[in-house]
Design a protein around this ligand. Structure first.
Ligand code: FAD
Length: 579
């Protein structure tokens, strides 16, 4: 296993290994962080009661600008900025807890706050040099500067590397001149600090290339024009704007992370920022569960509380279980981020995918439990559904993130297998890699993996993860050998691989968290946790089994043919009553 993979829990799964040391014991915020977060949560609660008018804002499609000043007064604009630069200095675990709370209060408000600090000035926080940090972070943390993250363009969404915005060095070498168009920029209408991604011409090995570069742009600046706020399905009161740059001057000292390093910066920001979004989904789901439970306990039909009906119980059970799993993944991942030495890119993608889909299902089922009332504007539930929808689209669509999980995970075993093929082709160079590989695979298949740190009461669940991890790694090898580099094009397979890996991470987080719960509270007080573990493993075990089986036996060819026909015909061609 490569050095890089050895520090990633999910990447090691692709080699058939379980890095228990990365996920046990289940993390917990320090007492100091806990105290600060509790204080902030108290003030958020008061702020929400006094100032947040979600339904009115949603109706108007705008929240009042002063709301940012109130949030600034509470220190909310610099949650993760170091204290010596004017922020609260909280680690990711604390940041996530606050974003969870904000999203439970109002989705649009959480997105506004998240666009400012989960992504807006995150490049500065993670990749800025000391001088830049001193120049910008205190004002960003105080709310004097409001940030946005400007990557998406009309022709470049998921394919972020294809941006067309250009930055050209001025003849005196002191400035770059940025020109181009950005689209759907959250906070675009209120920001006076923009992290702008643009392409700069560089010469590499004597060849001219255009490479993405990140710039910190402070407003006002001549040549920047911001379009009107977009009308949206959900998070309607947040600002979403197009931005046009016409030869906008940015000093060379404002390049973040170096010329040409912008793609790494953009992706690094998103990997990090996704935890705020995923934590927000947990906050939204908790609120929806509360609403569902209230109605299930109160509404009477057929002379019974609707909560007594099995179909409603199944919904509540599923909502609770999935929220618990998502929360376990989110806080595990924040702890991986806080370790600072661990590669958490796959885990943050997995937590984002799981949490956003969990929230969508939860707000949908909540609306269903509320029946006709759920559909009415008089209640907030239809808004919660609308607000939740965006999470599966921004900060990396869930499709792109699934492809990322699968391909990034398979890269390690792929490189190992490529090295192996090379060694077989040129045996005179020595067959060391072949024998190493063979020994590792034989060992893996004979000995399997053992989870030693899960509580003994969870043995049967740990056994499921142990069994499938070996099977999964074998299937990964088979797929790589079958498709070689073309695995890049095999998205049906990628989706299965990603879904298995996400389920594994979810299982592992659950084992770790419930182990901690049992150790702290005792087995007898963990009835609810154990029931959720039982239910989740039952369901995820079935999903994993199906996904593994479907690697070889599936309907992919039929699906491709159906899609191809639809593209060819441009419509659904049947009409049952006249066929
Ligand atoms: C409300 C809102 C706020 C936003 N805020 C910001 C912001 O602050 N800053 C910013 O830079 N951007 C922002 N965005 C843009 C957002 O990040 C993009 O919408 C998102 O990345 C998807 O790009 P796209 O909309 O162009 O969709 P496309 O990339 O065109 O994708 C369309 C569909 O095709 C799928 N697809 C595309 N490529 C592939 C592939 N290779 N494999 C499989 N499926 C694929 C996608 O998953 C999606 O389902 C925001 C968008 C919205 C709607």
């Amino acid at each position: 296993m490569s050095e890089e993979n050895s520090s990633s829990f999910m990447k090691s799964l692709f080699f058939g290994e379980i890095r228990e040391d990365l996920i046990f014991p289940y993390p917990k915020a320090s007492a100091e962080v806990g105290d600060t977060v509790r204080m902030v949560l108290d003030s958020i609660d008061k702020f929400a009661k006094e100032h947040v008018k979600s339904s009115e804002w949603d109706e108007k499609g705008q929240m009042p600008r002063e709301i940012i000043s109130y949030m600034s007064e509470l220190g909310m604009m610099g949650i993760a900025v170091p204290e010596d630069l004017g922020g609260l200095g909280l680690p990711q675990i604390g940041y996530a807890r606050i974003m969870q709370e904000m999203a439970g209060i109002d989705g649009a408000l959480a997105v506004t706050l998240g666009a400012h600090q989960s992504i807006g000035y995150k490049a500065m926080l993670l990749f800025g040099n000391d001088e830049q940090k001193k120049r910008f972070l205190p004002r960003l943390a105080s709310g004097q500067l409001i940030a946005c993250y400007c990557l998406t363009e009309p022709g470049s969404g998921s394919d972020a590397a294809s941006i067309k915005t250009k930055a050209v060095l001025s003849p005196d070498g002191k400035h770059y001149l940025i020109s181009g168009n950005k689209l759907w920029i959250t906070n675009g209408g209120i920001a006076n600090f923009m992290t702008v991604f643009a392409k700069v011409e560089v010469v590499e090995n004597g060849e001219k290339k255009e490479k993405v570069t990140a710039f910190a742009l402070e407003l006002p600046a001549e040549g920047v024009s911001v379009g009107p706020a977009e009308h949206k399905l959900g998070i309607r009161s947040s600002w979403t704007n197009a931005i046009h740059y016409d030869n906008v001057k940015v000093p060379v000292e404002n390049i973040i992370g170096g010329v040409g390093a912008g793609f790494k910066v953009a992706m690094g920001v998103l990997n990090h920022g996704r935890m705020g979004l995923a934590a927000g989904c947990v906050g939204g789901a908790k609120k929806a569960i509360e609403a569902s439970v209230l109605h299930a306990n109160e509404r009477v039909q057929f002379k019974k509380k609707i909560g007594e009906f099995g179909m409603v119980q199944e919904k509540i059970g599923r909502m609770m279980m999935n929220c618990y799993v998502a929360e376990s993944m989110v806080y595990m991942t924040t702890a991986l981020v806080d370790r600072k030495t661990v590669d958490y890119s796959l885990e943050s993608a997995a937590a984002k995918i799981f949490a956003t889909e969990m929230l969508w299902e939860t707000v949908d089922e909540n609306l269903q439990i509320w029946g006709g009332n759920g559909f009415m504007k008089e209640y907030p539930y239809e808004r919660w559904l609308r607000d939740a929808r965006i999470n599966r689209i921004f900060e990396g669509t869930n499709e792109i993130l699934r492809a990322f999980v699968a391909l990034s995970g398979m890269q390690g075993p792929g490189q190992e297998l490529a090295g192996l093929a090379e060694a077989i082709k040129y045996p005179l160079k020595g067959l060391g890699p072949v024998s190493d590989f063979a020994i590792r695979r034989v060992k893996r298949n004979l000995m399997g993996v053992t989870i030693t740190k899960a509580h003994p009461a969870l043995k049967k669940f740990a056994a499921i993860l142990e069994e499938y991890t070996t099977e999964f790694a074998t299937q990964v090898d088979v797929l790589i050998q079958r498709h070689g580099k073309n695995i890049f094009l095999r998205q049906f397979a990628q989706k299965r691989i990603a879904d298995i890996a996400i389920d594994f991470y979810a299982m592992a987080c659950l084992l770790s968290r419930v182990t901690r719960a049992i150790e702290e509270k005792g087995l007898e007080k963990c009835e609810l946790e154990l029931a959720m573990t039982e239910a989740f493993f039952h369901r995820s075990n079935r999903r994993v089994r199906n996904n593994i089986k479907s690697i070889d036996k599936n309907d992919d060819d039929s699906m491709k043919l159906i899609a191809a026909k639809a593209y060819e015909l441009g419509k659904y061609p049947f009409e049952a009553f006249a066929d």
